[in-house]
Design a protein around this ligand. Sequence first.
Ligand SMILES: Nc1ncnc2c1ncn2[C@@H]1O[C@H](COP(=O)(O)OP(=O)(O)OP(=O)(O)O)[C@@H](O)[C@H]1O
Ligand SMILES: [Mg+2]
Length: 407
Amino acid sequence: MGTCFSSEFDEQHSFQTKPGEIQPSSTKNALKTPPKQTILDSPNIRSPSSLVVITKDVKDLRQSPGYSNLDIFTYDEMRMATKLFRPDQVLGEGGFGVVYKGVIDENVRAGYAKTEVAVKELDPEGIQGDREWLAEVNYLGQLQHPNLVKLIGYCCEEDHRLLVYEYMASGSLEKHLFRRVCATLTWSRRMKIALDAAKGLAFLHDAERPIIYRDFKTSNILLDADFNAKLSDFGLAKDGPMGDQTHVSTRVMGTYGYAAPEYVMSGHLTARSDIYGFGVVLLEMLIGRRAMDKSRPSREHNLVEWARPLLVHNKKLVRILDPRMEGQYSSKTAIKVAGLAYQCLSQNPKGRPVMSQVVETLESVQTRDLLQEEVLFQSGSRSVTLFEAADSKKMDTQVKGGGENEA
Ligand SMILES: Nc1ncnc2c1ncn2[C@@H]1O[C@H](COP(=O)(O)OP(=O)(O)OP(=O)(O)O)[C@@H](O)[C@H]1O
Ligand SMILES: [Mg+2]
């Protein structure tokens, strides 16, 4: 996996195969198809079963105010909000372009309540373009759920393409799992993040016409100040199969290490491809290693190939779980979550659970009192008792020594 097709992106960022390599289907044209369904314009969370996303193109979005819950900003307003795109406002950079921290307030637009935002500016020289920008506006303009990042508005003045999101104060899961020095996420926080992200995906998959997210990875899972997780980046999202269709045919797009093997081989996309990506992220959270890591011995480069077979051997499992979480989980719970990751990573798409089953399993392993646990970690006591909710409602307890874990 990850080597059988040519990539236009680097390993951490989304890739797409060269056009023609795999039977292409033009997303751009699909996006321009006139809407067949009613426009969904209520800003409330929609019941997934009644949700059908319609699409608008750049011309539509310039002429009308777009979706009623989105604001259209001018480029000058974006400059003001980001202090002239000052380098010290940069939050990160991906395949789409640079992401800036910003504030929209009275000074930017009269009467606007002060709102912290993240402003993503399309790099005109970059690989992604109008297609991804449009997909983002069309999907996030209509989808609302507590586990999807909120799109506040956009700017499409002349050649400028910007997206304005709610600001996610704690940044990406990738940052916390792999980049933060001397810190780690506790077992409970990881499980809560996994559940939040699973709920976001389940919402997409349960729509009347399922939506396939296609870019599930740690950098696209953002965390707010309270560490609630939300999915961001709908640039690669795609309407799933309808009626008798078993799959949709697409160019292969996604990120190395996360794309499902059958999708990479055939270009046939189903919701089960997202479940494989979810399995990769769950594995990264369990093991504390990146999906692809060339700095490891060669047999451990690809996390799934190396770790998946070990997930179902209880003794081996204990040895590969992220040592930064030692003492924070019961073996029963760890075995259950590892079993879930194993299933999600099945080579056979039909062997993977559906997202609602994933949510159910993760709900059953949530720590009963996360807050209490975090307080105990913060207290730094040498020996604290942690509580985990077991399915039986019986509390499992474990004793943890040391107090160097972050809260
Ligand atoms: N709404 C947001 N709030 C706070 N930080 C954000 C927000 N959106 C993005 N970021 C930051 O910007 C970084 C870059 O995001 P971006 O989605 O452009 O790239 P990526 O996810 O790293 O790669 P890719 O282009 O493959 O998606 C993120 O890792 C995150 O740290
Ligand atoms: Mg991203």
